[in-house]
Design a binder for this molecule. Structure first.
Ligand code: ADP
Length: 378
C-alpha cells in the first residue's frame, strides 16, 4: 500500500520531541499519525514511520505530509498563517486554527488581545523607536514580537542605547515592565474540539538562562486563591481565543501576590512533561483527544508530587551510554530521551520522579538528570 492510501487520523507538523511524545498515546488510542519532519532522522521521524521530509514554510511540503488527514496539529508555532488558511480551505481542521495560533506566534497580538479581555499582564507597550522606550521607563524587558524561543529574542534593557541594535534589526518591539517576580508558574488546559475543557494543576517552572530547567507539580505553597486565578485565566484564554488542543499559560507570581501572563503556547509544553508519569492523563494524550474531538481524560496527579528535570546537553555526548548508570542509580525515575544529538544547552531529554516527599522526589530527579548530562551525580 502506498502512503497516500493509508488513512491517517492526525497530521503533525514539526518533528521535535513534542511530536515524538505524541506517538506513544497515539499508539495506545489506535490513532494513526503522519508527520512533516525537518530531516529524515529528527526526533519524531525516528518513531513516526509515516513521515515526509520537508519544510513547514513550504505549502507543497505541508500538503504532502497532511495527505488526507482530517486533522492537523503542531509540534511548534511556526507554520505561516497563510499556509494554515490554505489547509483549512482544503478541508483540513487545523487544531489550533490560525485565528487562535496567531496569539502564540506574535507577542504583540497576544498582549493586545489579553489586555482587551482583562487578563492580567505586565505593563507593556508597542515601540518603534528608542524614545518610545524612554517614555515607558527603565529598566525594561524588550521582546521581538515573532520568532523568539527559550529566551532568545528577549533582552533586559537599562538605557536607550541598549535598544539601537534590536530596534534597527526588528523595526518594532514589545516592551514590558521588568516584573519583580517570586517565581514562574504554568497553567495548562486541554480544550477539545467539542468545547470540553480539563485544567491541570498549576506548576512551578524554574528557568536557567531563559531555558526551563525543572518543573515542580503542583507548585509548592501556592496560595489557593492564586492557583484558582491562574486556572481561571487559562480557561478564559482557551475559550476566548478558541484554542483546540493543549494550551500552556506561562505566568509570573509577583512579589505582591498577583499572577501576570508572560506568554502562551498552544501545544504540549515543557512545563507539562511531568504529566506523562505524574497524571492520570498526560498532556500528549489529552492533546490528541482534544484535536480529535474525543472525550478528555482526568488531569488528576497520580502521586502527591512530581518533579521533572530537563536533560540539557552537557559533558556527556553519548546519552545512551549513560542510560544504564542513571537507571541503576535511580531505577524509579522515568527517563525520556529524545533521540537528538547532544549540543551544549540543547534539550535532549527529561526525567520525572514522583512520590510523597518533595525533597526526596526532587533529589532523585536531579540526580538522574545529572548522571545523564554529566556522568556524575549532582
Ligand atoms: P521566550 O518566548 O523566549 O520563552 P519569554 O517571553 O518567555 O521568552 O521570556 C523568557 C524569560 O525572560 C522568562 O521566562 C522570564 O524569566 C524572563 N522575562 C520575560 N519577560 C519578563 C518581564 N516582563 N519581566 C521579568 N522577566 C521577564
Amino acid at each position: 500500500m502506498t502512503r497516500e492510501q493509508v488513512q491517517h487520523d492526525v497530521a503533525v507538523i514539526g518533528g521535535g520531541q513534542l511530536a515524538r511524545m505524541m506517538q506513544q498515546p497515539a499508539i495506545a488510542l489506535g490513532l494513526r499519525l503522519s508527520l512533516l519532519a525537518e530531516g529524515p532522522d529528527v526526533s519524531a521521524a525516528q518513531v513516526i514511520g509515516d513521515h515526509v521530509v520537508g519544510s513547514h514554510t513550504d505549502l507543497d511540503d505541508l500538503r504532502s505530509a497532511v495527505g488526507d488527514a482530517p486533522v492537523v496539529t503542531f509540534d511548534h508555532e511556526h507554520v505561516p498563517p497563510e499556509h494554515l488558511r490554505a489547509l483549512v480551505a482544503a478541508g483540513h481542521a487545523c487544531r489550533p486554527g490560525p485565528e487562535a495560533l496567531i496569539h502564540a506566534q506574535d507577542k504583540l497580538v497576544m498582549r493586545r488581545r489579553l489586555t482587551e479581555l482583562g487578563v492580567p499582564c505586565p505593563r507593556w507597550a508597542h515601540v518603534t523607536e528608542p524614545a518610545d522606550v524612554e517614555r515607558f521607563g527603565f529598566p525594561a524587558v524588550v521582546k521581538t514580537a515573532r520568532g523568539g524561543y527559550d529566551g532568545k529574542g528577549v533582552w533586559r534593557v537599562e538605557s536607550a542605547a541598549d535598544l539601537d541594535e534590536p530596534l534597527s534589526a526588528e523595526g518594532e518591539l514589545l516592551v514590558e515592565e521588568l516584573v519583580p517576580f517570586r517565581r514562574e508558574l504554568s497553567a495548562q488546559v486541554a480544550r477539545s474540539a467539542t468545547g470540553e475543557i480539563v485544567d491541570y494543576p498549576v506548576v512551578e517552572s524554574r528557568q536557567v538562562d531563559g531555558v526551563c530547567s525543572e518543573v515542580i507539580a503542583p507548585a509548592p505553597n501556592l496560595d489557593p486563591a492564586l492557583e484558582a486565578k491562574a486556572r481561571r485565566i487559562a480557561r478564559t484564554v482557551a475559550e476566548e481565543l478558541g484554542v483546540v488542543g493543549m494550551l500552556a499559560v506561562e505566568l509570573f507570581e509577583t512579589d505582591d501576590d498577583r499572577v501576570l501572563v508572560n506568554e502562551l503556547a498552544m501545544r504540549p509544553h515543557n512545563t507539562g512533561h511531568w504529566t506523562i508519569d505524574g497524571a492520570v492523563t498526560s498532556q500528549f494524550e489529552n492533546h490528541l483527544r482534544a484535536v480529535c474531538g474525543l472525550p478528555l481524560g482526568s488531569s488528576t496527579p497520580r502521586q502527591r508530587w512530581a518533579v521533572m528535570v530537563n536533560v540539557l546537553g552537557g559533558s556527556v555526548t553519548d546519552l545512551a551510554a549513560q542510560r544504564e548508570a542513571a537507571l541503576a542509580a535511580e531505577p524509579d525515575v522515568k527517563i525520556h530521551l529524545y533521540g537528538k544529538a547532544v549540543k551544549p544547552g540543547r534539550k535532549v531529554g527529561h526525567v520525572t520522579a514522583v512520590g510523597h516527599d518533595l525533597e526526596d522526589v526532587a533529589r532523585r530527579a536531579r540526580r538522574s538528570a545529572a548522571l545523564l548530562r554529566d556522568g556524575v551525580a549532582s
